[in-house]
Design a protein around this ligand. Structure first.
Ligand code: TRP
Length: 337
């Protein structure tokens, strides 16, 4: 009796092992509902410098667009999403891993992420998203024909337009504070433009650059005591610490002009900015093109140019500013509860 049972067990075991082996060989093991086998799906690494509302909006919009084009995360495509918590060292580790895993595509959201990705591979296609100045960041030398393994979308902003708006809302600006992370080339590019604008318009720029997010409060406090208004470009370090900065500046009654709609939503006073859902959609289209076989180097960099005025009325109330009617007529109001 005992012997019989033993024999049966081992026969069943052998059968199971054989079945697993056959299903692995034919690739029909996990194939529910006719979707592709995991090993056949394109693999996509997404790297983001830090989580803040603007970059999160971009990532969600990219994934929505990819899904519309048939690349659905977990069904027809495998996505490995990593955020670097605003640490350069983390960016390097993440991109090294993406490169050694030999993913089919890397999507890099923000300038620092794109620079890190290109630093690790000149083979795997890279689509960058929301890079303010792709040439200054040394990602491409020519926006129209990038060449190499990289292309993407740009969110170039105009310091001049934002400053014209600032002076329309608060005309008595003589000194303007510049709050940014000096290691973010995307910010350095815009601050250069701010300095040129200031020179041409008789304003004085007071700079308080930071190296990381732990320094922003001190810089904001310093600028609050020294300037008539503060300007922050589309800086990832500032964007991810907006609540603390806007509270410091709003408490001091200092108008705070920023580079992106999400920063207005987080307590900034106003901006002239682009729509990041549209930027994400365009990035997603490029990613789909590359997954379908197009060489990224042949796709021109796309700069989103359509800008709108965004204002925060709650911030205006707090600091005692009234928006001119001409601004109100053209603005999108953010920061409402
Ligand atoms: N343009 C930034 C970069 O090049 C990234 C970015 C997109 C951003 N939207 C933003 C930064 C909003 C701050 C706020 O890295």
């Amino acid at each position: 009796m005992k012997k019989k049972m033993k024999l049966k067990k081992s026969t069943v075991g052998l059968l199971i092992v054989m079945l697993i082996f056959i299903s692995l060989l034919t690739g029909c093991g996990n194939n529910e509902g006719g979707s592709a086998n995991v090993s056949d799906m394109p693999t996509v690494g997404i790297v983001q410098i830090v989580e803040h509302p603007s970059l999160d909006t971009i990532r969600e919009s990219i994934l929505t667009q990819l899904a519309e084009e048939g690349f659905v995360d977990g069904e027809t495509m495998v996505v490995d999403y990593q955020n670097a918590q605003n640490e350069q060292a983390n960016l390097k580790t993440i991109c090294q891993k993406f490169a050694s895993n030999n993913y089919d595509l890397i999507i890099a959201i923000s300038t620092p992420a794109a620079q890190a990705a290109l630093g690790e591979t000149t083979e795997i296609p890279i689509i960058f998203s929301a890079v303010t100045d792709p040439v200054l960041a040394e990602l491409v030398t020519n926006l129209d024909s990038p060449g190499g393994n990289i292309t993407g979308t740009s969110d170039a902003v105009s310091a001049e337009m934002i400053m014209d708006l600032a002076r329309e809302i608060t005309p008595n600006i003589k000194t303007i504070g510049a709050l940014y992370n000096s290691s973010e080339i995307n910010s350095v590019s815009v601050i250069e433009d701010l300095k040129e604008y200031a020179k041409a318009n008789g304003l004085e720029v007071v700079e308080a650059p930071v190296m990381n997010s732990s320094e922003v409060k001190q810089s904001a406090t310093f600028l609050a005591g020294k300037t008539d208004a503060v300007f922050a470009p589309i800086d990832n370090t500032v964007a991810s610490t907006m609540p603390i900065i806007s509270q410091t500046l709003n408490d001091a009654g200092i108008p705070f002009y920023v580079g992106a709609d999400s920063m207005v939503n987080d307590g900034g006073l106003a901006t002239y900015g682009i729509n990041y859902t549209i930027l994400g959609k365009e990035t997603g289209k490029m990613a789909a093109q590359v997954l379908n076989g197009t060489d990224p180097g042949t796709i021109p960099v796309m700069t989103i140019k359509d800008v709108k005025i965004y204002i925060n009325e709650k911030t205006a109330d707090k600091i005692g500013v009234t928006f001119p009617q001409a601004v109100l007529d053209n603005a999108i109001v953010l920061g409402e509860e």
